[in-house]
Ligand binder design. Structure first.
Ligand code: CAA
Length: 270
């Protein structure tokens, strides 16, 4: 997600510092970005000159300190509340006091993330959709303390990136995943109970309801660990048993079958 956000921002003329503590992830990100710009030139969606300019606008660092001059930070680490809080604690110390800190969290409370910082009015949720260069939405989430000015800046930035905004209250799963994830979870129950094969479940939803991907294929694409984390946020945050994670989804994650990124999820990838 971070790579996609960086690509779109650089193509829209913004200077980007891409930061990841794992240098391997940074290298992959730079390679993917080069590949993406090359493909965009080949498809005549970008001129060679614009692609080169966009590539020059991205710098990469494995040291969080590199973010010190940033005006706007978008965190896109794994969907885990304690990791996000730890990242925001550090960012709050590193980044200049007037900067805005945004989280690309797909379900976790912005209010709780903001509470670990000394700038909770300058923390906002900006939930991009995967793949970022293709999907036209950013879901903006205001924490209880997020100021109007910060909300307006996040909205203007999203629109500058060519995205349309929907605004959600800071509730578990926000709008998109409150609705999307129970469908994905239900697809796992449907598979677990043998109602249909994975292929038939996906075929039914793809062709029968005009979804671009079936729910199990989409789960592999998103990452089964992310899907499970979001279901746990919905279940824990509302206390409503209707959000209980499907045991089969839990078991797949326990097995390390996390989806496309590890070449094995509901389906196996070459
Ligand atoms: N980066 C950049 N561009 C990409 C891309 C990527 N990772 N993946 C696909 N594309 C581009 C392709 O290059 C292609 O572009 P052109 O039209 O210019 O040729 C276009 O997208 C369509 O791709 P394909 O023809 O290869 O395949 P497709 O028609 O099946 O589309 C898809 C692929 C856009 C991913 C489509 O299947 C789709 O929309 N799937 C659903 C995605 C979705 O629901 N995303 C939201 C997930 S939920 C989420 O992100 C939030 C969360 O918190 C979990």
């Amino acid at each position: 997600m971070g790579t996609g956000i960086a690509q779109v921002a650089a193509m829209k003329g913004l200077d980007v510092i891409l930061c990841d503590s794992h240098s391997g992830a940074l290298e992959r990100s730079v390679i993917n970005t080069e590949r993406y710009f090359k493909r965009s030139v080949a498809k005549e969606k970008l001129t060679q000159e614009d692609a080169e300019a966009a590539a020059r606008r991205i710098s990469a660092s494995s040291d969080l300190q590199a973010l010190e001059p940033a005006d706007f930070v978008i965190e896109a680490i794994n969907e885990d509340e304690s990791s996000k809080k730890a990242a925001f604690l550090l960012l709050d110390q590193i980044v200049k006091p007037e900067a805005i800190l945004a989280s690309n969290t797909s379900s976790i409370s912005i209010t709780r993330i903001a509470a670990v910082t000394k700038r909770n009015s300058q923390v906002v949720g900006m939930h991009f959709m995967n793949p970022v260069p293709v999907m036209p939405l950013v879901e903006i989430i205001r924490g209880i303390a997020t100021s109007d000015e910060v909300f307006q800046t996040a909205k203007a930035l999203s629109e500058h990136l060519g995205k349309t905004v929907c605004l959600s209250l800071d509730r578990p799963g926000f709008i998109v995943n409150r609705i999307l994830m129970p469908m994905v979870n239900e697809a796992f129950y449907t598979l677990m109970e043998g109602v249909g094969t994975a292929e038939d479940i996906d075929k039914g939803m793809k062709l029968g309801t005009n979804h671009p991907m079936g729910p199990l294929q989409l789960a592999d694409f998103i990452g089964l660990d992310t899907c499970l984390s979001i279901m746990r946020v919905l279940h824990g945050g509302t206390g409503d048993p209707k959000y209980r994670p499907c045991p089969l989804l839990v078991q797949y994650v326990d097995a390390g079958w996390l989806g496309k990124k590890v070449y094995k999820g509901v389906y196996t990838y070459a």
